[in-house]
Design a protein around this ligand. Structure first.
Ligand code: GDP
Ligand code: IMO
Ligand code: MG
Length: 422
């Protein structure tokens, strides 16, 4: 398999975890390059469900190496919780996982500040996952963060951490919050550090040696294009670069070593959290929620749902340089009589074919919708493109051609087996 970046082409939760698991069969190494445990990637294998937050979804396949890259932010306590949970489910995690010594560490004050800032924003809140992601990346950019490499040096860690706790306790106090107990948290983090020490290394060198040895890499994107800090619906975004470029900075693998970009998108659109969402539709939200679908895998919040938005996915294809598309959740539309697809936005009298970068304008955009006939049949059993109802094939061809790249994977159910390769 060529070195492949896999990105979410919409607002996250496109089914990246499922497609990563499918593609890992052909990969040697799976690497996360950004985000943290705000991600929730679901993989279902033979009916058994796994939810990954920090650990790459590739961990579910034996003999594949997984890397948490330098661009990721790691909550060590949560990483251990995830690791333990996966082991209980029968997953082997030993020398098949390594963690970058340059990845920044998420601390309790990041999580509490995330909550406080959201609360203070009132109805202007972002709707974050409250995992402390923004404040942790904030410290990284401010150049005051602590990294995984610091954790394994107790003396330097204690000094740097004490200064951070003192500073953050003043801020917490201003928000009316209880201060952090330095000794208690230090103890918990140093204990986590002892457990994680065997995993922590220079992952850049590891990846470069692997490339030299001819091993191939699958870059597992977290979140989605419109949650990208630069290209998303700012400020309703996450705090990392979720688009293809982030895979290089977040791992230290240079751009000329990347051979292919795959964009994952749902056959419709979802978004969790606040912010503009032009094709949002109450009817389709109600329908999907009634089917027990589209509840967040990290926070359990119901996702907002809407029609497929080709203005957004076309722009996403441009930013990421998407070569191939994986369309998931086709089966979610199995019983819809008439399916709508957004082909442009109306902003007053203007017709737009790219999303405006000004959020006030995006909020005012009205989708221009075309209608396609539904196939009104189950697609869940299809294992080849030919086995799909003709109207489902037409729908897929239409959304792929509106987006641009070629269609290479279709998913018709959450299970690993329910995947079609074109
Ligand atoms: P990710 O964050 O992009 O990995 O996506 P999530 O796992 O958060 O959300 C995707 C949801 O859709 C999960 O519940 C998956 O199990 C599920 N899923 C993925 N592909 C399909 C599909 O083709 N059909 C159905 N029914 N569910 C799917
Ligand atoms: P995966 O990898 C969907 C959203 C949050 C919020 C915004 C900022 O599973 O696709 P943050 O906690 O990152 O500061 O929240 O980003 N968000 C996600 N939405 N899927 C995700 O990850 C997300 N990670 C963050 O809901 O709107
Ligand atoms: Mg998710």
């Amino acid at each position: 398999m060529p070195n492949t970046i896999l990105v979410g082409a919409q607002w996250g939760d496109e089914g990246k975890g499922k497609i990563i698991d499918f593609l890992t069969e052909e990969a040697d190494i799976v690497v996360r390059s950004q985000g943290g445990n705000n991600a929730g990637h679901t993989v279902i294998i033979g009916g058994k469900k796994f939810t990954l937050h920090l650990i790459p979804s590739g961990i579910l396949r034996a003999r594949k190496a997984c890397v948490i890259g330098n661009g990721v932010v790691v909550d060590p306590i949560d990483l251990i919780r995830e690791l333990t949970g996966l082991r209980k489910q029968g997953v082997t995690i030993a020398d098949n996982l390594i963690v970058s010594d340059c990845a920044h560490v998420v601390f309790p004050y990041h999580r509490i500040l995330d909550e406080c800032r959201e609360r203070a924003k009132g109805d202007k809140k972002i709707g974050t996952t409250k995992r402390g992601i923004g404040p942790c990346y904030g410290d990284k950019v401010e150049r005051t963060g602590l990294r995984m490499g610091d954790l394994v040096h107790p003396k330097t860690f204690s000094e740097k951490f004490q200064a951070k706790v003192e500073e953050n306790n003043k801020i917490l106090e201003a928000f009316g919050e209880k201060p952090i107990d330095f000794l208690e948290v230090k103890k918990a983090y140093l204990s986590a550090a002892r457990k994680l020490a065997p995993f922590i290394t220079n992952t850049v060198v590891y990846l470069h040696e692997a490339i030299k040895a001819g091993r191939n890499i699958l870059f597992e994107g977290a979140q989605g294009t419109f949650l990208d800090l630069d290209h998303g619906t700012y400020p309703y975004v996450t705090s990392s670069n979720t688009t293809a470029g982030g895979a290089c900075t977040g791992t230290g693998v240079p751009p000329h070593r990347i051979d292919r970009v795959i964009g994952v998108m749902k056959a419709y659109t979802t978004r969790v959290g606040e912010g503009p969402f032009p094709t949002e539709n109450q009817e389709i939200s109600d329908m999907l929620h009634a089917m027990g679908r589209e509840f967040g895998s990290t926070t359990g919040r119901p996702r907002r749902c809407g029609w497929f938005d080709s203005v957004a996915t076309r722009y996403s294809s441009m930013i990421n340089g998407i070569d191939e598309l994986a369309v998931t959740n086709l089966d979610g539309l199995d019983h819809v009589e008439k399916i709508k697809v957004c082909v442009a936005y109306k902003l007053g009298t203007k017709t737009l074919t790219v999303p405006p970068s000004d959020m006030r304008e995006l909020k005012r955009c009205v989708p221009v919708l075309i209608e396609l006939p539904g196939w009104k049949a189950s697609t869940a059993q299809a294992r080849s493109f030919r086995e799909l109802p003709p109207k489902a094939r037409n729908y897929l061809k239409k959304i792929a051609s509106l987006t641009g790249p070629k269609l290479s994977i279709v998913s018709v159910g959450a299970d690993r087996e329910q995947t079609i390769r074109l």
